[in-house]
Ligand binder design. Structure first.
Ligand code: NAD
Ligand code: TYD
Length: 352
């Protein structure tokens, strides 16, 4: 078995689905609190798969995590669980500290106690993989080189600060206790099952619903975009071949300004689902107040993982964004399911 946390969220959910596509794959214990971002509908296709054990619970629950480790004897823990949305972290940072820092601390402590009691062979094989973000490195100017694994940590939002803190704990558990950790820092993901509070799914759904497409500030902020299944394949490589205690940057070599991402989505929708009035969805673009402390540019240098683990993304931005838009058109039932009351409240708070 492996223990996955946050496996009902966007990336964790995709990871679980991709993992179980392999007929001989080990089973997964999936521990997820089912916050607003957790969605069991994402896991519908594995509902009856005996290799998937879903447990609703908190990574900060010491008794629960210890019991799951004892019962299922996983050979690895992959920690996806987190509060992940920068805008929410600005409105309410407390949950970010609680889950991202305290929760990771608890997982490390439960994991370490479990690992200490394993026999030598299992102990040597055990891995704790912490899934993190490029946002811990801070913001780049237009001419700066992309982030490498040795960039100093300069987090600027409550979200990135909490992830940075968790990365430091993970690092310390390796150096102090010899706990066998791996960390990966990835750029912005997009793809199926993405909760529509984040830029790409928000724009697709607002466009289709005739709503404004909100661009923060001047829209010239740059992100590196990676199709989610490429992130999942990179994590599998790091888990299988990564060197203990090392960090690996994962990215798509796809730097794009936000305004260009939004225009591309509009163009694709103009082709696939033209507006009734024949105008472009780009007419709905609306510039709104900028995010507080908005990081200008993130860029990932993913050459270490390419060189050492022979990993490269399969999708280009053009192929990935086409698949993503098509997926949202093809899955209205999933979309309706996530657009719940609490989500609507959030949109009102954030955009009005
Ligand atoms: P998400 O918000 O879609 O999903 C997070 C999941 O964690 C949800 O299912 C939620 O219910 C669960 N969760 C939250 N608090 C929990 C707790 N205390 N105990 C158990 N489960 C809890 O996030 P995501 O986009 O899938 O991100 C997953 C991980 O990848 C995060 O650690 C994030 O920092 C990291 N990451 C995300 C991106 C991105 O672009 N989305 C990029 C790089 C790294
Ligand atoms: P987001 O998807 O929230 O990811 P992150 O903040 O983790 O990078 O945002 C991606 C970029 O898009 C970021 O620069 C903020 C911007 N953005 C908008 O311009 N409008 C929006 O409505 C949202 C949600 C984001």
């Amino acid at each position: 078995m492996i223990l996955v946390t946050g496996g009902a969220g966007f990336i964790g959910g995709n990871f679980v689905l991709d993992w179980l596509k392999e007929p001989k794959a080990e089973g997964i214990v999936n521990l997820d609190k089912l916050t607003y971002a957790g969605n069991l509908a994402t896991l519908d296709s594995v509902r009856n798969d005996p290799r998937h054990v879903f447990v609703q619970g908190d990574i900060g629950d010491h008794a629960l995590v210890s019991r799951l480790l004892k019962e299922h004897q996983p050979r690895a823990i992959i920690n996806f669980a987190a509060e992940s949305h920068v805008d929410r972290s600005i409105h309410g940072p407390a949950e970010f500290v609680q889950t991202n820092i305290d929760g990771t601390f608890n997982l490390l402590e439960c994991g370490r106690a479990y690992w200490n009691d394993l026999d030598e062979v299992k102990k040597a094989a055990f891995r704790f993989h912490h899934v993190s973000t490029d946002e811990v490195y801070g913001s780049l100017s237009a001419s700066d080189p992309a982030f490498t694994e040795t960039n100093p940590y300069e987090p600027n939002s409550p979200y990135s600060a909490s992830k940075a803190a968790s990365d430091h704990l993970v690092r310390a558990w390796f150096h102090t206790y010899g706990f066998p950790v791996l960390t990966s820092n990835c750029s912005n993901n997009y793809g199926p099952y993405h909760f529509p509070e984040k830029l790409i799914p928000l724009v697709i759904l607002n466009a289709l619903n005739g709503k404004p497409l909100p661009i923060y500030g001047d829209g010239q902020q740059v992100r590196d975009w990676l199709f989610v299944s490429d992130h999942c394949s990179a994590i599998r490589e790091v888990l299988a071949k990564g060197k203990l205690g090392e960090t690996y940057n994962i990215g798509g070599w796809n730097e794009k300004a936000n305004i260009d991402v939004v225009k591309t989505i509009c163009q694709i929708l103009d082709g696939l689902r033209p507006r009734a009035d024949g105008k472009s969805y780009a007419e709905q673009i609306t510039f709104v107040k900028d995010r507080l402390g908005h990081d200008r540019r993130y860029a990932i240098d993913a050459s270490k993982i390419a060189r050492e683990l022979d990993w490269k993304p399969k999708e280009t931005f053009d192929s990935g964004i086409q698949k993503t838009v098509q997926w949202y058109l093809d899955n209205p039932v999933w979309v309706e399911g996530v657009v719940s009351g609490s989500y609507r409240d959030w949109l009102q708070k954030q955009y009005n």
